[in-house]
Ligand binder design. Sequence first.
Ligand SMILES: *Cc1c(COP(=O)(O)O)cnc(C)c1O
Length: 404
Amino acid sequence: MNDSAKSAGHGTGTRLVEAGRRREWTGPVVNPPVWRGSTHLYEDMAALAEGPRRNEDGRFFYGRRGAPTQWALADALTAMEPGAAGTVLYPSGVSAIAGALMTVLRPGDVLLMTDNAYDPSRAMGKGLLADFGVETRFFDPLDTAAFGAAICDRARAVLLEAPGSLTMEVQDVPRLAAIARDRGLVSLIDNTWAGPLGFPALERGVDIAIMSLTKHVGGHSDLMMGSASAGEDFYPKLRKRAQSLGLVVSPDDAALALRGLRTMEVRLQRETQSALAIAGWLAERPEVALVMCPMLPGSPGHDIWRRDFTGGCGLFSFVFRGAGARRRNRFIDALDLFGIGYSWGGFESLAVPVDPAPMRAVTGWPPPGLDESDRHGVRLSIGLEDPADLIADIEQALAAMETP
Ligand SMILES: *Cc1c(COP(=O)(O)O)cnc(C)c1O
């Protein structure tokens, strides 16, 4: 039996185990082997002539179109994304965003981008896309009417992200995607935070679901990769553009990503539980002005999160009450179990500073309700350590923050 027949109708855990493990790719072993190769050999001249004509998924041609290791990963990601006809792999999350935007935009177009987008996405709008004649305009992630009003004749696409990078606002994605569709815009979402297990983006009305696989799919901080999944309307276009950009991922990294994918659900569940315990603990502390963790009841965005999401993860932020950058930095320096570093979604906990003010175009920071002095925050990526140890570490760092 092949994977899709075996896993149809099953639960998430079962599908994660079966996904992409087609017998023709795995042979008699459990995992698809690492097919390293640039040259694919042909039986004869007739087979060689056939190659370029039949540009289909799962056919040997040349290394740039991948081999069974990469095909198995793309197939597995497609199986986990309801509504997807296929998935394109990219060498990083940023290249997935670039590849997807360059598929749907043309010179003269306007791209609408949520104002809480990942900073490299913003930079892409002002740099790469501007150089190719595309104008990027930002809109308030929480203002649906403003989004509708921002749609002009030249608007071609919208890039969403929920919860947003660093500040975790939860957009009303189904509504924004419906407006976009109504007005003839292509909708794309950077769905790295939730992934398809926590937010089945295509099912919620979005056209293209983008993920940095570097985060939860890899899950072990040892690979870089990205993906874009879409239905029949956009998948072939994404694939063609990625081919013309010459994008390919290594089979070794694809094998690592497949390994990470198998345990993603249990890791996410553990992280989510720990993050909720830690976020709830922080919300009670006098040093903390606001916890930005949509999974936590009472936190901004919780109602929409509960309505639209089927799962969470260990990434959230908080801001200190009246702490300057120096005190906040002392807190991060005093953490022992949290590494200081970019990225997230690995097995190990990380902390980075959150200072979103200079990144905003149309929304201010701090948001209404916070004092002007409550602006320096921290983003935590909660890993698989014991939550009690993480809380004890945060508690001692809060104490160290007060002693210069
Ligand atoms: C990390 C990240 C990316 C980029 O992923 P890379 O694999 O590091 O290029 C994109 N979007 C979000 C929300 C991220 O956090």
